[in-house]
Design a protein around this ligand. Structure first.
Ligand SMILES: Nc1ncnc2c1ncn2[C@@H]1O[C@H](COP(=O)(O)OP(=O)(O)O)[C@@H](O)[C@H]1O
Ligand SMILES: [Mg+2]
Length: 325
């Protein structure tokens, strides 16, 4: 197990951004974290990257809790790619310097070997011919080019995990698929566990494909976790289904235009969840008395598919209609 959350959660001055959850990342896995703005996605990613300490519970790296010495190794092995590649790349450094500095420091390469490694990293992310890019500055590159450079820099320290927070939100629409495909390629061919935070479900489906795992966050709660194949076509949580139905980039039109209107209206209203029960109770079309009183915990409904809904089994047939499956 590379990363493990054991009841790990984050609160900022009394406001819970991420409710305590258990989560495990194994070697070479592909994960997507989805949810609307404010759901706790960035908090989740920063917690996993060791950039944010848990306020409750523990985060483990290779079975060890993140103490300062473990954290130093963790922060190299788990590379974080920021939403805004421009802000994350030093504007006064050349592409070569940006790539070479971490490689020199962590892998002790020098001279010709260092230059060759920088070139190999550029080739790996599709910035070719590498010689053309080495002496450029970040502002010479497009948004997509800068994100490729950020990925190359992350790969330079030979990480076990790549974590990226909405890596295509600042990239031109037309270039997004290529960047997502690069992440897929890195995960598949280098075997680096890759976790992407994506708010766009079309992008999430494209990246996760069939076998990738998906975590759905709603107001800081993990509400559904499972393989993309199952979760996107046969969701068990009403929120997941409604989120999918409202996603404009799904292939095919949702069967229930009504469900879709409902979602767009109600989620936009953003009512406050009650305190005791299910956080989705006030918006859920399938709500029952129990939902308002008792908080549902994540539980396994099918192998490898976990859902926090009291009525998961009862509603899943309805939900399949909502997502048009
Ligand atoms: N540093 C912080 N201080 C206070 N509140 C924060 C901080 N970071 C995030 N939050 C709050 O935590 C919640 C989750 O935020 P975030 O993880 O950024 O969500 P997302 O990335 O899904 O949009 C939001 O309500 C946000 O306002
Ligand atoms: Mg965010």
């Amino acid at each position: 197990m590379l990363i493990r959350f054991e009841g790990a959660g984050v609160a900022f001055r009394g406001h819970v951004a991420l409710h305590p959850l258990n989560w495990e990342l194994s070697e070479g896995e592909r994960w997507v974290i989805v949810g609307e703005s404010g759901a706790g996605k960035t908090t989740f990613a920063r917690l996993a990257a060791g950039l944010q300490p848990p306020s409750s519970g523990k985060v483990f790296w290779w079975g060890e809790p993140l103490s300062p010495p473990v954290l130093r190794r963790h922060r190299v092995a788990v590379q974080y790619v920021h939403q805004d590649p421009y802000g994350a790349l030093h504007p006064g450094k050349t592409v070569f310097q940006i790539l070479a500095d971490p490689v020199r420091y962590h892998r002790r390469l020098r001279g010709k070997a260092l230059r060759q490694e920088a070139e190999a990293l550029l080739r790996r992310v599709g910035l070719t011919p590498p010689q053309y890019f080495l002496d450029k500055y970040p502002h010479h590159l497009s948004g997509g080019g800068r994100q490729r450079l950020a990925i190359a820099r992350a790969l330079g320290v030979q990480p076990r995990v790549l974590l990226a927070d909405e890596p295509v939100s600042m990239v031109d629409m037309s270039l997004r698929a290529a960047i997502l495909a690069l992440f897929k390629e890195v995960q598949a061919s280098l075997g680096i566990a890759t976790v992407l935070v994506l708010h766009d479900l079309g992008a999430a489906r494209f990246f996760a494909e069939e076998e990738g795992k998906v975590l759905v966050l709603y107001r800081g709660y993990a509400v559904e976790v499972g393989r993309a194949r199952a979760l996107f076509t046969q969701p068990f949580h009403p929120y997941t289904a409604l989120l999918l139905a409202a996603s404009p980039r799904l292939p095919g039109t949702p069967r229930s235009a009504e469900a879709r209107r409902y979602l767009v209206d109600t989620l936009a209203r953003g009512e406050n969840p009650g305190t005791g029960g299910c956080p989705f109770a006030s918006l859920c079309p399938w709500v029952q008395a129990r939902c308002r009183e008792e908080r549902p915990l994540l539980r396994e409904v099918e192998e490898g598919h976990n859902v926090a809904c009291h009525r998961a089994e009862e509603v899943t047939t309805d939900l399949r209609k909502v997502v048009g499956g």
